[in-house]
Ligand binder design. Structure first.
Ligand SMILES: Nc1ncnc2c1ncn2[C@@H]1O[C@H](COP(=O)(O)OP(=O)(O)O)[C@@H](O)[C@H]1O
Ligand SMILES: [Mg+2]
Length: 272
């Protein structure tokens, strides 16, 4: 049984429908169907003392809904920045982002918070669980502020933990769980609001190979359930679980060929 379909409230169907209709109407005379994600000339710069760091230097990309994308790139290439901007955790310096019909660079703070809550599930490398809470309390935590009764929160959290294969660990604290199990709890928590888009920033980075593979298999299952999944990874074995790959170099999306050339040059032995 797919417990996910019962686990959360529907994602603001009316608001989403209105915004999508607008975006679709606008795109109708240029393209057949609007992509689920589109960025144009997306830039993010950080002032660091006297220098300006261009974390994203003009990203133009489209991502179809229902795909499972691996984002690959060397350290510092802008992977996390891209994920944060798509998830509405940070704002671009310039450029535009459309996700599911929402022009998120144009949303005010309240609307951006609503977008994060209704649309996005975020998974981090370091799990970010609250140590004093049990597995199910961690999963239920984001529902605390949504006017849902404790009984109902618990019911949904149990269902989500069952979904990620942790029904028998629901009363364990994070320190009583393995790294792979903690990441499963974090994934269950990311699903409480039935997000259409799951963004995972190196979710297997702190895990051994076997645990990492089982996390990628879980993300692949969420993809098969109809979600769009973007996962940042350094590891080609993990990227192999995805249906598509995006390559970043120096804040830009590049082709696989240019990426291979760029990263091979970086790893070539330097003459002494
Ligand atoms: N909050 C920040 N302040 C200053 N510089 C940052 C900040 N976030 C990221 N950067 C810089 O932007 C670049 C891209 O960072 P990031 O997106 O974290 O790369 P990646 O995730 O690919 O390792 C790096 O040079 C990083 O130092
Ligand atoms: Mg990063």
């Amino acid at each position: 049984m797919n417990t996910l379909t019962k686990a959360g409230p529907a994602a603001a169907p009316q608001e989403t429908a209105t915004l999508q209709t607008k975006a679709t109407a606008a795109a109708a005379h240029t393209a057949q169907v609007a992509p689920f994600i589109a960025t144009t000339n997306l830039r993010k710069s950080f002032q660091m003392g006297p220098t300006m760091v261009h974390a994203l230097a003009g990203v133009n990309m489209t991502i179809e809904g229902g795909t499972f994308q691996a984002i690959m790139g060397p350290s510092g290439s802008g992977k996390s920045t891209l994920l944060y901007l798509l998830g509405g955790l940070d704002r671009p310096t310039a450029g535009h982002i459309i996700v599911g019909g929402h022009e998120i660079d144009k949303l005010d703070e309240n609307a951006l918070a609503a977008y994060r809550r209704r649309f996005i599930g975020f998974v981090f490398q370091s799990f970010n669980l609250i140590p004093s809470l049990s597995a199910w309390e961690n999963v239920a935590f984001p529902m605390r502020f949504a006017g849902i009764s404790r009984r109902e929160r618990q019911k949904r959290a149990f269902a989500l933990l069952e979904r990620v294969g942790l029904a028998d660990r629901r009363s364990h604290k994070p320190t009583e769980l393995s790294g792979g199990q903690q990441q499963r709890v974090a994934i269950a928590r990311s699903l409480v609001n039935e997000p259409r888009l799951v963004l995972a920033d190196e979710p297997t980075g702190n895990l051994d190979t076997a645990s990492g593979q089982s996390i990628m298999e879980l993300l692949a299952e969420l993809h098969r359930d109809g979600r769009t999944i973007l996962v940042v990874t350094h590891d080609p074995r993990m990227a192999a679980y995805a249906t598509h790959q995006i390559f970043l170099l120096d804040g830009r999306v590049v082709s696989e060929e240019i990426y291979r050339e760029g990263t091979e040059l970086a790893h070539a032995p330097t003459p002494s």
